[in-house]
Design a protein around this ligand. Structure first.
Ligand code: HEM
Ligand code: HEM
Length: 133
């Protein structure tokens, strides 16, 4: 499956999962608030933007995506990081989760840097293309 579609499908999954967590939080007092926030903001909002961004941003700039392989790795790491964060973010309520949250936070951050780098490199025209125009 194409990278944009992979991101779109997983973001729909996180929308359903995160909103379900929200209702659970309403019914029962749980320490899920930061996990809920990130499942929705990284999982639903950002992943949808990553997917649409990979598809549209190079089109806007009239270029191709710099690296599909890098995008695929971002997809994997972003999901590992987010699922890890979802389970460890209650560190605020139990300090034994903190190391896990730092680790998965770092993985999430690395994946975000990969997106930034990949899209930035796609938007900058290659030297030979610049010479042609
Ligand atoms: C069925 C849908 C949803 C329900 C029932 C729900 C419910 C909740 C509840 C109960 C809280 C905790 C509030 C508190 O006591 O501090 C919360 C926090 C939060 N929710 Fe949702 N939510 C839903 C959807 C969403 C969506 C779609 C987003 C974002 C795209 C979102 C983002 C957040 C954020 C960022 C917080 C943390 C706010 C803070 O820390 O002050 N929620 N939500
Ligand atoms: C590398 C990725 C990220 C990491 C490691 C991270 C980590 C954190 C941490 C540790 C907190 C404090 C939670 C607490 O009070 O216990 C927080 C809060 C928050 N973050 Fe992030 N974050 C990341 C990405 C994002 C993104 C991409 C968004 C929005 C698109 C976002 C939106 C928020 C919001 C709204 C809050 C306040 C709500 C809350 O207290 O749960 N974060 N984040």
């Amino acid at each position: 499956m194409d990278i944009p579609l992979k991101f779109a499908w997983t973001s729909l999954f996180y929308l359903a999962a995160g909103s379900t967590m929200g209702v659970i939080m309403l019914v029962k007092s749980t320490p899920l608030s930061p996990s809920h926030a990130h499942v929705l903001l990284i999982g639903w909002v950002s992943m949808m933007i990553f997917g649409v961004g990979y598809h549209l941003l190079p089109v806007f700039a009239g270029t191709d995506l710099f690296s599909m392989r890098l995008a695929d790795w971002q997809f994997r790491l972003q999901n590992i990081g987010l699922i890890g964060l979802a389970f460890t973010m209650p560190y605020r309520y139990d300090d034994s989760y903190r190391l896990g949250a730092i680790m998965f936070g770092a993985v999430s951050l690395l994946a975000i840097y990969m997106f930034v780098y990949n899209v930035a490199r796609s938007l900058i025209p290659r030297a030979e293309e610049q010479a042609e125009s």
